[in-house]
Design a protein around this ligand. Structure first.
Ligand SMILES: [Zn+2]
Ligand SMILES: [Zn+2]
Length: 223
């Protein structure tokens, strides 16, 4: 075990937690404006509210019963996109349903972390290659649940290459500008020094994220 192992772990974490959201947010913005022809992100989310609602911890809504898989979206994530309104259900139902929520006005993709970006792209940005999203999610989960904050060289190279390929491809499929910006962000990350204080802060942030996820799971009765 060495400083290098810790720096490698830190670098991949920064790639996944900082660089990936930069690209994924842009993918969502571009998709909503150009492909989905929405007027704004809020307009895009509002149009897809029903699909998003079913990702959140609800098995049915006023429109239909859906025996779906266990929820994929945490309450905090749903709450970061939508807020309760004062309207009653369009179908007069008393249950919690999409009619009772509006997208937060003026919302931007900045509120979305890497996990939420992945969920949104997977579910409402049709045509975006979900295999790349799968790679990002898988490596993000491996990092968050890793037993130690260290990576050997082989694992590090594997993670870096897979995540870099995934975001560069996603960016390239959107626009040349996004591809160039993504490549630049990656190069900046690869060429910078990792400071021990920063590594410790990063580790704490990851522990917090893990705890928060566990709390959400309990709060939503998913256990
Ligand atoms: Zn429904
Ligand atoms: Zn309703």
């Amino acid at each position: 075990m060495s400083r290098d192992d810790e720096a490698r772990y830190g670098r991949v974490c920064l790639l996944v937690l900082n660089v990936c959201p930069f690209t994924l947010r842009q993918v969502i913005d571009d998709y909503s404006l150009r492909h989905a022809r929405s007027l704004s992100l809020c307009d895009f989310l509002e149009k897809n509210k029903h699909s998003l609602f079913h990702l959140y911890a609800k098995k049915c809504c006023c429109k239909h019963l859906q025996q779906n898989r266990s929820p994929l979206m945490y309450k905090s994530q749903w709450d970061s996109l939508f807020m309760q309104n004062t309207s009653s259900c369009q179908k007069g139902k008393q249950i919690d349903c999409p009619c009772k929520y509006d997208c937060k006005p003026g919302i931007t993709t900045k509120v979305m972390d890497v996990t939420l970006c992945c969920l949104v792209i997977n579910n409402i940005c049709h045509g975006v290659d979900v295999n790349h999203i799968k790679t990002i999610r898988e490596i993000r989960n491996n990092l968050i649940h890793a037993e130690s904050a260290r990576l050997d060289l082989l694992t590090f190279n594997g993670y870096m290459n897979r995540v870099k390929t995934a975001i560069c491809q996603l960016a390239k499929n959107m626009s040349t500008t996004l591809h160039t910006d993504t490549v630049k962000k990656i190069a900046e990350l690869e060429n910078r020094l990792m400071d021990p204080v920063e590594l410790r802060e990063l580790r704490n942030l990851i522990i917090d994220q893990k705890r928060f996820t566990e709390l959400e799971v309990v709060r939503m009765g998913l256990l």
